[in-house]
Design a protein around this ligand. Structure first.
Ligand SMILES: Cc1cc2nc3c(=O)[nH]c(=O)nc-3n(C[C@H](O)[C@H](O)[C@H](O)COP(=O)(O)O)c2cc1C
Length: 341
């Protein structure tokens, strides 16, 4: 598949943008473990929020392997166009526009998925952003505002007309929030109706599901969000299954330890001791969520206040396991990663 001039593998495996999760460290880890394409956490298009510590930390995509898609969110066409230019000037390879997020913080300002109920506004935004930059612009949407108005096909057509280079579609409507199951019929219709590449997104948690969704929708790729939390290995597991039809064995304990250790150290370094330990807690919780015997360590790890303490407890946990133990949750058997946003 291709986004603008960027060539990506067919059956492309993308890491979904997740605010508070897909920071530079997690993006890099997922790439290392097989993600073909990554998107940053969303950045507000509001210029007043540009110079905050949070924005500065989220903007740190310079020097990452190309292409990194930088996601922007907002409702003012001019602000979005300015934000696109600003991020392009700072090295973004692709600009992604968020029209998929149902979060109140975003939707109250008629941004995110709330925009789907105003196709005219969608077109205005897309035209302004595409005209503002000479790098590819992509769009992330849901299937519509609510189950009675699944206008995803219309929005996808408007996007193609406006010059958008690729779409990601989460198979829920805005009103669904994260309830119920994602549906892929609308995504399949979108894939039939537009010729730009589409990523199918929503509830893909196993290699088999990835293959089924690719086959059912005809999408050019799948986008994985929650199932990658605490399980960045999912990308290489899916790729192996798509390529061979066989399942990779779960990552051995020694590898999980090494990956977690490196991830935690990078978080400590990037965010500083206090914030780094806090950000790391969230990831530790996900990594160890369903690992047998992890419960006691998990509680202690959540209470650790210093980086060294956190790393020491992690080492203690893994010291109790043989390095080749396959303690990873078997993603092929069940799906522990379904969780609310
Ligand atoms: C914690 C969290 C944060 C998210 N943040 C964003 C975001 O910043 N931008 C966006 O377009 N979608 C965001 N999403 C939605 C995901 O990109 C994705 O569409 C959704 O989780 C469905 O995919 P999944 O079932 O694979 O998780 C977020 C989801 C979660 C769980």
């Amino acid at each position: 598949m291709q986004i603008g001039h960027y060539k990506l593998p067919s059956d492309c495996l993308a890491l979904a943008p997740m605010a508070g999760v897909t920071d530079r460290q997690f993006r890099s880890l997922c790439r290392q473990l097989g993600a073909d394409y990554v998107v940053t956490e969303m950045l507000s298009a509001n210029p007043a929020l540009r110079d905050t510590r949070k924005s500065r930390l989220r903007e740190a995509f310079e020097g990452e392997p190309e292409p990194v898609a930088v996601q922007i969110a907002g409702s003012e066409p001019q602000w979005l166009a300015d934000a696109a230019r600003y991020n392009a000037d700072r090295g973004a390879a692709i600009i992604d526009i968020n029209m998929g997020c149902p979060a109140k913080k975003v939707c109250n300002k008629l941004a995110g998925s709330a925009l789907l109920s105003d196709p005219h506004k969608v077109s205005e935004i897309l035209a302004a952003v595409v005209a503002a930059v000479d790098i590819p612009v992509t769009l992330k949407i849901r299937t519509g505002p609510d189950p009675e108005q699944r206008n995803g096909v219309l929005i996808a057509r408007l996007a193609e007309e406006a010059g958008v280079a690729a779409l990601a579609v989460h198979g829920r409507t805005r009103a669904d929030k994260f309830q119920g199951n994602a549906e892929y019929e609308t995504i399949a219709q979108i894939c039939q109706q537009v010729s730009i590449p589409v990523f199918a997104n929503g509830d893909i948690e196993t290699p088999q599901q990835a293959r089924e969704v690719l086959q059912f929708t005809g999408a050019a790729g799948v986008m994985i969000g929650r199932a990658a939390q605490g399980n960045p290995w999912i990308f290489r597991e899916i790729r192996h299954f798509l390529d061979t039809g066989d399942f990779l064995p779960p990552a051995p304990a020694g590898e999980i330890h090494a990956v977690m250790r490196q991830h935690l150290q990078e978080l400590h370094e990037y965010y500083g001791d206090e914030a780094g330990v806090r950000v790391a807690r969230k990831h530790i919780g996900w990594y160890l969520e369903s690992r047998p015997g992890a419960q006691n360590y998990r509680t202690a790890l959540m209470q650790a206040q210093q980086p060294e303490q956190q790393l020491g407890l992690l080492d203690d946990f893994f010291a109790g396991l043989p390095a080749d133990a396959q303690c990873a949750t078997d993603q092929n058997e069940h799906s522990p990663h379904r969780r609310a946003a």
